[in-house]
Design a protein around this ligand. Structure first.
Ligand code: TYC
Length: 99
C-alpha cells in the first residue's frame, strides 16, 4: 500500500457547477390549469406546488420554478415553452444565471 500522505496535493480543484434558475412568466391568455399541468409534467411538481408557483407568477408577473445546471435548466425551459406553443398558448419560461 503506497503512503498517499507522501504524494503532492493535486493542483486542480473541482469547481461547483454554475446554477441557473428557470423562471415562469405570466401572460393573459394561458389557462391556469394548463400552466399547472405543464409544471407537473416538466418539473415534477405536486398539484399544490404547481398551484403555488402558477399563482405567484399570475400575481407578481414571474416566479422562480426551480434551479438546475445550465443544460438541464435550458432544456426544461424549452420543453415547457414548447408545450404551450403546441397548444397555441404564449406560455413562456426563461432561464437566468444565479448570482
Ligand atoms: N394569467 C393567466 C390567466 O389569468 C394564468 C397564468 C398564470 C398564465 C401564470 C401564465 O405564468 C402564468 N389565465
Amino acid at each position: 500500500m503506497p503512503d498517499f500522505k507522501l504524494l503532492p496535493k493535486p493542483e486542480t480543484r473541482t469547481e461547483r457547477p454554475k446554477l441557473y434558475k428557470v423562471i415562469l412568466l405570466n401572460d393573459d391568455y394561458t389557462p391556469r390549469d394548463f400552466v399547472i399541468a405543464v409544471l407537473k409534467a416538466v418539473f415534477r411538481m405536486t398539484e399544490g406546488e404547481a398551484l403555488g408557483v402558477m399563482l405567484t407568477a399570475h400575481r407578481k408577473g414571474a416566479c422562480v420554478v426551480a434551479v438546475y445546471t445550465q443544460e438541464v435548466a435550458e432544456t426544461k425551459a424549452r420543453q415547457a415553452t414548447d408545450m404551450g406553443a403546441s397548444a397555441g398558448f404564449p406560455l413562456a419560461f426563461t432561464t437566468e444565471k444565479e448570482s
